[in-house]
Design a protein around this ligand. Structure first.
Ligand SMILES: CC(C)(COP(=O)(O)OP(=O)(O)OC[C@H]1O[C@@H](n2cnc3c(N)ncnc32)[C@H](O)[C@@H]1OP(=O)(O)O)[C@@H](O)C(=O)NCCC(=O)NCCS
Length: 134
């Protein structure tokens, strides 16, 4: 296969969330659980919208797949969900921020650029994440 100069690998992750299942998950647990999943910024900015929270949860799962770890509340070697944050740029496009272990793993894998794309409607939310290792 043709190589792109400087690029050693490309990582991707995708995740689909059912809005109704996500809603039930949040209702089942207390607000501490919500705080374990979302950063304060995400709760303040998107807490009013179940779709926007669900799509950000989807982005966290997709990022954890791209990093090859999974999330902490799903697997023992997973990373904390709050290490992954999705914000909104002035043009409306989402932007991914990594902290803590997520940032460490990205650095260890030499992932220099990571991008996220989101889509949501009444029933489903989907996120796709890609990264380039240089
Ligand atoms: C951006 C756009 C394609 C979103 O499509 P949609 O069917 O309305 O909504 P979707 O559920 O598929 O996507 C919503 C997500 O799109 C993302 N989005 C919004 N503006 C975006 C942009 N300029 N670039 C990339 N992603 C964008 C956001 O993450 C949003 O989710 P959020 O509000 O929870 O953060 C549509 O609003 C549009 O065409 N806007 C005007 C033109 C534009 O900005 N185009 C640039 C993208 S090619």
């Amino acid at each position: 296969m043709k190589q792109i100069a400087g690029v050693t690998d490309i990582v991707i992750g995708v995740d689909l969330v059912s809005i109704s299942r996500f809603k039930r998950l949040l209702q089942k647990f207390d607000t501490n659980f919500t705080k374990q999943i979302f950063t304060l910024y995400e709760l303040e900015e998107y807490g009013h919208s179940i779709q926007r929270l669900a799509v950000r949860y989807s982005a966290k799962e997709a990022t954890s797949k791209a990093l090859g770890t999974g999330l902490a509340h799903m697997s023992a070697r997973g990373i904390p969900s709050t290490d992954i944050e999705v914000r909104t740029q002035s043009n409306g496009a989402p932007i991914l921020y990594l902290y803590g272990r997520a940032e460490e793993i990205a650095q260890a894998k030499q992932i220099q650029i990571m991008k996220v794309s989101l889509s949501h409607e009444r029933f489903y939310a989907i996120a796709m994440v890609s990264g380039i290792c240089l």
